[in-house]
Design a protein around this ligand. Structure first.
Ligand SMILES: *[C@@H]1O[C@H](CO)[C@@H](O)[C@H](O)[C@H]1NC(C)=O
Ligand SMILES: *[C@@H]1O[C@H](CO)[C@@H](O)[C@H](O)[C@H]1NC(C)=O
Ligand SMILES: *[C@@H]1O[C@H](CO)[C@@H](O)[C@H](O)[C@H]1NC(C)=O
Ligand SMILES: *[C@@H]1O[C@H](CO)[C@@H](O)[C@H](O)[C@H]1NC(C)=O
Ligand SMILES: *[C@@H]1O[C@H](CO)[C@@H](O)[C@H](O)[C@H]1NC(C)=O
Ligand SMILES: *[C@@H]1O[C@H](CO)[C@@H](O)[C@H](O)[C@H]1NC(C)=O
Ligand SMILES: *[C@@H]1O[C@H](CO)[C@@H](O)[C@H](O)[C@H]1NC(C)=O
Ligand SMILES: *[C@@H]1O[C@H](CO)[C@@H](O)[C@H](O)[C@H]1NC(C)=O
Length: 474
């Protein structure tokens, strides 16, 4: 504590010296060199932030960030305890926000807290800057519950700021943290809590590290995605913990391709898809790896939801344990452990293809089967499943018997459950695949493999096994 205050004292002096450029500068700079880190450290408190959770600290925080000498790495510290209420804050090149454990950056809940353009509605926003990040063990909180108009166990009804005309429908709320057009991003050791809309959004960036990030969002709030990686290259995600309503890790392409993403060592629960490519998919997705992931009671496990003509290539899912169950059908997903679809969003739209997809070492317990559906002009090619162990068992009372093509395409279609439903596939290898069915007569499932109208070609099954088992229920 003592050392810490002394440390802070030095920093205050350092900051003042930098600001005032007094004659004592060189002496104090020497003392700064003895600090554990070479980078300058600036505390938002020194710029007048009060951290009482009621008064806005926006100006103090932004001044602290703006006081960082460019292009050096600069630590901007939010000290604990403190809840720093703020409108949008803008990061600059070299800035690392350090939110200490016990400190919270609290996003404002008023429209006037955010920039005019809705695509810049973030609590923390880094735009066209390099070498930026967030760390420190603390929390960034979007106060998402303040955006719930009506709580509903099925799906909350959310506030919409669409009166500005800036965005449409009910998807008109601020995101939590955004990096747009940045290089060298590091988000680590931070809790991202209750986003009003998407949580961590990376757009048009290169070289991104996301490690030890914990994300929590209300389970019934739509669109509170975990991590959305859009039009970006070279992303490494590890040790994430995501418990939220909407898609947890969600690569998307709107205006450019997405290359090289790995996500490993994560735990996920969501009322939507744990991993989902799409549905925004106008450009290609290439070379993605998902490894050592636990997916708990989610509406969908591993999903490719390709709708806009982009092609998907070279994707591996390995060492993944999944449990999926039904939730209210107002959410996309029908408890599929694995869901691969490509179809045009609109009837005259482009059809993207999906090729070279491997599933290795996957176990699951789920209330529905695997759904693999290409389309006439966008086949699924060279799909490989190895060491797969799937258990099928019903334990909720939600309605089954629906195949889910949403969004767009054929929508929800009545169709009995099957172990694997396949259509428009060319090249499918299955090796060491075990399917176990709980003996629940009333459920009416009995079809391990469902080849829909002969659109499936060149398939091989090696060591495939399917059988009933007796489940001892209470
Ligand atoms: C805002 O979105 C809601 C919900 O989708 C819709 O009912 C309403 O008409 C929209 N208002 C405007 C001005 O767009
Ligand atoms: C990104 O970081 C790498 C090494 O960490 C460095 O060589 C490169 O110059 C950085 N890029 C930018 C744009 O600063
Ligand atoms: C990602 O890489 C692709 C292929 O080289 C390139 O076209 C695209 O512009 C890159 N995107 C970014 C954000 O660097
Ligand atoms: C993707 O990763 C590979 C191998 O690490 C690298 O050679 C390639 O340049 C990367 N692609 C992009 C678009 O950065
Ligand atoms: C898998 O991820 C978990 C964290 O979810 C980690 O504890 C474990 O060490 C990882 N296993 C391997 C083999 O890396
Ligand atoms: C999945 O379950 C298997 C068998 O219980 C276990 O060996 C493996 O470590 C688990 N993997 C993950 C990612 O939890
Ligand atoms: C799959 O699991 C086996 C047995 O646990 C292991 O030896 C192998 O390395 C795993 N494969 C991959 C790609 O992780
Ligand atoms: C069948 O599929 C396998 C792998 O999926 C591929 O290697 C092979 O070339 C295909 N054969 C034909 C005749 O297309």
């Amino acid at each position: 504590m003592r050392l810490f205050s002394l440390y802070i004292f030095h920093l205050i002096i350092l900051v003042f010296s930098l600001l005032l450029i007094t004659p004592t500068q060189s002496h104090l700079t020497t003392s700064a060199i003895q600090l554990p880190s070479q980078s300058p450290t600036i505390s938002v408190t020194d710029f007048g932030a009060v951290g009482n959770g009621r008064q806005y600290d926006t100006r103090a925080i932004q001044s602290a960030i703006d006081a960082c000498p460019i292009p050096k790495t600069c630590h901007v510290v939010f000290s604990s305890p403190g809840a720093y209420l703020t409108a949008t804050i803008h990061l600059r090149s070299g800035v690392l926000l350090v939110v200490e454990e016990g400190a919270v950056i609290l996003g404002g809940t008023q429209l006037e807290d955010y920039p005019k353009e809705s695509e810049k509605w973030y609590v923390v926003l880094a735009e066209q800057v390099d070498n930026v990040g967030i760390t420190g063990g603390g929390e960034i909180n979007g106060q998402g519950l303040e955006f719930v108009k009506r709580f509903d166990e099925k799906k909350n009804v959310m506030v919409s700021w669409n009166q500005t005309g800036a965005c449409a429908g009910d998807e008109c709320r601020p995101r939590l943290v955004g990096f747009i057009g940045c290089k060298n991003i590091s988000v680590s050791n931070i809790n991202l809590i209750e986003p009003a809309y998407w949580c961590l959004h990376i757009v048009d960036c290169d070289n991104i590290g996301i490690h030890d990030v914990s994300i929590y969002g209300n389970f019934n709030s739509p669109n509170n995605d975990g991590i959305d990686i859009q039009d970006s290259n070279n992303t490494v995600i590890s040790r994430c913990h995501i418990d939220t309503g909407d898609d947890a890790i969600c690569p998307k392409t709107y205006n450019g391709p997405l290359y090289n993403l790995t996500a490993t060592d994560c735990w996920i629960r969501t009322k939507s898809s744990a991993i989902k490519l799409g549905s925004a998919s106008s450009f290609d997705f290439v070379h993605l790896l998902f490894d050592n992931i636990t997916i708990f009671q989610s509406h969908r496990g591993l999903g490719l939801q390709i709708r806009d003509g982009g092609n998907v290539k070279d994707i591996t899912f390995s060492n993944i344990n999944i449990s999926t169950r039904y939730y209210d059908p107002s959410w996309w997903g029908r408890a599929e452990p694995i869901y691969i679809t490509t179809c045009p969003r609109y009837s005259n739209g482009k059809e993207g293809s999906i090729s070279d997809i491997h599933f290795i070492n996957i176990t699951s317990v789920s209330e529905n089967g695997v759904f693999l559906s290409g389309s006439k002009g966008g086949l699924i090619r060279d799909l490989k499943f190895s060491n797969i162990d799937l258990t099928y068992r019903r334990w909720t009372n939600y309605i089954g018997g629906l195949v889910d093509y949403r969004p767009g395409c054929s929508g929800l279609v009545n169709h009995n459950m099957a172990g694997i439903i396949m259509e428009y596939i060319d090249g499918f290898q299955v090796e060491n695949f075990n399917m176990r069915w709980s003996e629940q007569k009333s459920v009416g499932w009995d079809n391990p493999l469902d080849f829909r109208p002969s659109t499936v070609n060149n398939i091989s099954f090696v060591n495939f096994h399917s059988s009933f088992y007796h489940h001892h229920s209470i």
